[in-house]
Structure formats: C-alpha cells, structure tokens
Write a protein that binds this ligand. Sequence first.
Ligand SMILES: Cc1cc2nc3c(=O)[nH]c(=O)nc-3n(C[C@H](O)[C@H](O)[C@H](O)COP(=O)(O)O)c2cc1C
Length: 370
Amino acid sequence: MSLHLLEPYSLGPLRLPNRVVMAPMTRNRAQGTIPNDRMATYYRQRADAGLIITEATQVTPMGQGYPNTPGIHSDAQIDGWRHITEAVHEAGGRIFLQLWHVGRISHSSFHDGARPVAPSALRPTGQTFTAEGEQVPYATPRALDTDEVPTVVDQYREGAANAKAAGFDGVEIHGANGYLIDQFLQSGTNQRTDRYGGSTENRTRFLLEVTAAVTDVWDADRVGVRLSPGGTFNDMHDDDPLVTFGYAAERLTPFDLAYLHVVENELPNGAPVSAFMREAYDGTLIVAGGYDRESGEEALQQGRADLIGYARYFLANPDLPRRFALDAPLNEWDQSTFYGGGAEGYTDYPTLDEATADTVRTEEDGPVRE
Ligand SMILES: Cc1cc2nc3c(=O)[nH]c(=O)nc-3n(C[C@H](O)[C@H](O)[C@H](O)COP(=O)(O)O)c2cc1C
C-alpha cells in the first residue's frame, strides 16, 4: 500500500521528498549556547525528514530560559549553525530554524540577575531551573513597556537575518507552548491595557508584528509559524481559545506563509485543533503531537493536515521515513536523555541498517554454526 506520508510535497520553493517532518525538540546540548559538531551529527542523521525543524533557538540572551539551548544572536552561534546546515544539505536534507523567546519561562540567573520579561507581571506556577541547574520556583517577570515591544520584534528580525546567514532553508516562528508570543496571545498571561493587550486583536498584534518582521527578511514562503491553540503547558490559559486562535489563523492567512504548524489538542468545543485550524487557516498545515504512522496517515487521508510533525519518534529513529515505508519496528525513546548530556540518547540511536548489522554480527559471533 502506498502511503500518503511518503508522497512528496511542494513547500514553497522546496520539494519535500515526503511528509514526515521532524518537529522541533530542545535537547540542551549546545554548551555555552554555541551549536557544535555533535549537533551537526544529530541533525545530519535525520536528513531524510521531509523537513527538519530545529530545536527552539533564542534570538536574544533575554530569550533564554534553560541551560545549553542554542542562540542565533552572535557570530559564533551563526558559524556553529552554518556547519549544521551544511551537514544537512550535504546529506540531501532541508532545515528550518525555530526562532524563540521564552519570555517569563526563565530565571534571573540567565540574565545577570535581571528579571525575565513578559507581557504582564504574572508569575507562572511551578518550578524552573537556574543557569546552575538548581530547581527553584518561578519569579514574577517584569512587564515590557509599550515602547520596548518593537525592540523585541527587532530581535526576531535579527535572528531571522542571522538564520539566513547561517544557511537555513527557512525559519519557524515559535508561537506555541507558553513562550513569549503565546504569552501575548492568550488572555491568561496578558493583562495589558495598551495596544498589545485586552482585545483579541491587540493580543494578536505581537505575533503579527513578529511575522511581518521575519517576512521582511525572508520570502514568506520560507517562513512558518507554530501555535498551540488551547495549550495549557507552562501554566497557560485562554478565556476563549476558539476566538483567539481562529482570529490569529485568519490574520496569518494573507501572509502566504510556507505553513502554519499546530500542536494537536482537543479544543473546548470537542474539535481537534487540526480540524479547527483546517477551517480557520487557508494554507499548508503541519500537525504534530501524539501522531504515529497510522494516525498520521489517517490525518493526511482525511485532509486534516498536509504534513505530519513527529518529535519523539524522530528523536529515537533517525531513519523514521524509511521505517514508515517498510512498516519496520521503531526504536523506543529514552526520556532520561531528552534534555542535556552527551552522545548517549542523542546520536547513538541506530538506523534499521545498523540494527540489522548488529543482529547479524551477534549471530556470526555466536557459538552455534550450521
Ligand atoms: C525533548 C523534547 C523537546 C521539545 N522541544 C520543543 C521545542 O524546542 N520547540 C517546540 O515548539 N516544541 C518542542 N517540543 C514539542 C514537540 O515538538 C511536539 O510538539 C511534542 O513532543 C508532541 O509530539 P510527539 O508526540 O511526536 O512527540 C519538544 C518535545 C520534546 C519531547
């Protein structure tokens, strides 16, 4: 049976050989925030993806909230990323950088004692890690002044320009999972009374200004946006996600972006995010979140998505499209090595060929001869 997942797709100027997208995954292995050779190996191993979307990458030091996440605001970081894009391109792949600012999901130890910034001075519940790896409660962030917001928009613009210099095929704006853009979008984290808060239109303004800035630097058909409608991760809440995200989708449509990427979830009306966004947004849709081979194939067949994002399966299976093609067994992921560490649980997950070679070797080395 031929799989929709393995059919090519034209994404703007790019021809994707399949619809199996590697979803963005923070791996905390960029010591000193500089992308390194081990990261190049990791991404090169996964170059068979229709598209790789990198781990979230801070556009400014203030945008960092976890240890050893990479940045895209210094020359050394651009150089580091260039090695990675070259490695992926040599292996025949395509790679977008995910542009990130964590907003309030941070700690002052990352910022020489300065408080993290956010739309409003609202402390997230729960605990975070300091730069030294100690677990502490979140602190109350500082609300950005109205005239500071354009400066932050410019940091995304700069990050986008740096991503171009680093040789990426495009960029994805991280508007999901409770980070800065999402903090502006959702009513629970935005109590502003200026033009960036209050009405749905005002709460969406920051997302749209960032999108406009990034599409100044890149052709829009090389820019994606990621949203997580109805998402509650990182202590998020919205009074009416259908209205907020329906409006955001409608306003993003005229940008003619490469794609909108949504995190699957169930909305208050019982609809899956993918079905809702398919109606609200006119353009290429990537969905991610809990998909496997069968459910991804079904989403494509039902027309709920054009491309499927896989995170944990791609983490553990560098040759995921091939395994899907052969309906081969999948490696299991090891959660203990998701965030930080070295090669273990990072670049040592075997491909099918490597796993088979191991098996053959074991048999040859065994005592039994026929
Ligand atoms: C280790 C790990 C790191 C992640 N980091 C990011 C990230 O940097 N940016 C992002 O948008 N989502 C991130 N996510 C969320 C994934 O992109 C994806 O939405 C989620 O894992 C659900 O997809 P899955 O069921 O295929 O794993 C991360 C997920 C995992 C497991």
